[in-house]
Design a binder for this molecule. Structure first.
Ligand code: FES
Length: 136
């Protein structure tokens, strides 16, 4: 589940920066007022974005910067203890936790660009503190 967008779409990257099942583009957001990393990748032609935060322990998951997929390129895999997530939904499929899913960020691809949408919980890093507190 993800929150409904509350703001204007924000430019994230060019479409051609996201190769099919390739390296993700990592970007910064504010989640409940805290700076955290997020990532966007291309899977089966579509783009998907999530917070870079494992369900098991709230830590970053990439093996190398922007490398999230397992060796088969079928799952997002946490580099810490190997939790595997379905790339289209963020749903956990195996690992130390039996349930849960990554926090999704809504994205849109159009005219060769990828945009992300802030929501009640996830805001751009340049958001004013008063804006964050007012909508929390
Ligand atoms: S921190 Fe990701 S599987 Fe443990």
């Amino acid at each position: 589940m993800h929150e409904a967008p509350t703001g204007e779409p924000l430019l994230l990257c060019r479409s051609d920066e996201l190769a099919e099942r390739g390296t993700a583009v990592v970007f910064d957001v504010l989640q409940w007022g805290e700076a955290v990393r997020a990532f966007v990748l291309r899977f089966d032609g579509e783009v998907f974005a999530y917070l870079n935060r494992c369900v098991h322990v709230p830590t970053e998951m990439d093996w190398q910067p922007g490398e999230f997929l397992d060796s088969s390129k079928e799952y997002i895999m946490c580099s810490i203890h190997g939790a595997a997530y379905e790339p289209r939904t963020g749903q956990i499929v195996s690992g130390p936790c039996s349930r849960g899913r990554l926090t999704r960020i809504q994205v849109q691809e159009r005219e060769g660009q990828v945009y992300w949408f802030p929501n009640r919980d996830t805001k751009p890093v340049q958001a004013l503190p008063s804006d964050i507190e007012g909508k929390a």
